[in-house]
Write a protein that binds this ligand. Structure first.
Ligand code: ATP
Ligand code: MG
Length: 240
């Protein structure tokens, strides 16, 4: 069997004496869109930050693209869009793109080659010379996604990439994510929009730092006797 793109085993992470992630395991296959779903405070962002190496796990194992993490070399193949804005507000969209390109080791030529199609895709061609701090919230999300994609990553980690993004562009984002996986990329994504989550190949529903179930959305809907994924999640997380 082919090795998964990401394997997380028995991950634990505490803040002080509060354990936010409590023995979480998951695997993301190559070419898969894998959704991490769950209520506010479930531990999704903590899990992601630990995977990427921004937080140090208390225990557990993480293998990303065949390498035990933390591993700096792997990060050049990973695109990460954080939940909070991580762009320089006093730099323009294009300057931010260039900054991230350098961070990922792209040459000026590679940057120039990729830049136009990325700006077009996120619909920021006309805003390239605007300061990020002067963009609307949704446009800042677009710029942030562009920065995560500029180096054509093999593995994409997207923490609520579509918050505040208008419906048309949300749909575009998702068809683009699907295209990327067809080209061999793998994606770990979080969202609170269940109409988006159904587009994932599989989702893990998380609560209180643990995974309750991992399966394709249709299967979760069927097994819980629900009409929609939203209803299934509410049932599983005990809200109804
Ligand atoms: N820096 C921190 N210090 C202390 N506690 C934290 C910190 N960051 C997160 N937590 C706590 O850890 C838990 C998990 O938070 P996390 O941000 O991972 O949740 P989440 O699933 O991403 O939620 P959301 O859907 O709101 O983004 C929460 O109870 C949160 O209050
Ligand atoms: Mg979060």
């Amino acid at each position: 069997m082919e090795m998964p793109a990401l394997a997380v085993r028995e991950l634990r992470k505490s803040y002080g004496n509060f354990e936010a992630v409590r023995g979480l395991s998951l695997e993301v296959e190559r070419g898969e869109i894998f959704g991490l779903i769950g209520p506010n405070g479930a531990g999704k962002t903590t899990t992601i930050k630990t995977i990427i190496g921004l937080l140090k796990p208390d225990s557990g194992e993480i293998e990303l693209l065949g390498r035990k993490m933390p591993n700096k070399g792997v990060l050049a193949k990973v695109g990460y869009m954080p939940q909070e804005l991580a762009l320089y507000r006093n730099l323009t969209v294009e300057e931010n793109l260039w900054f991230y390109s350098r961070l990922y080791g792209l040459s000026r030529e590679e940057f120039e080659k990729r830049k136009e199609s990325i700006l077009r895709f996120v619909g920021l061609e006309k805003f390239r010379n605007r300061l990020v701090g002067e963009l609307s919230g949704g446009m800042q999300r677009r710029a942030s996604l562009a920065c995560a994609l500029i180096h054509e990553p093999e593995f994409l980690i997207l923490d609520e990439p579509t918050v505040g993004v208008d419906p048309q562009l949300r749909a575009n984002f998702w068809s683009y994510f699907r295209e990327l996986t067809k080209e061999g990329a793998s994606i770990l994504i979080t969202t609170h929009y269940m109409d988006e989550a159904v587009n994932c190949d599989r989702v893990a529903i998380m609560m209180n730092g643990k995974v309750l179930i991992t399966a394709p959305p249709e299967q979760i809907i069927e097994e819980t006797g629900s009409a929609t994924l939203e209803e299934a999640v509410l049932k599983l997380t005990g809200v109804v």
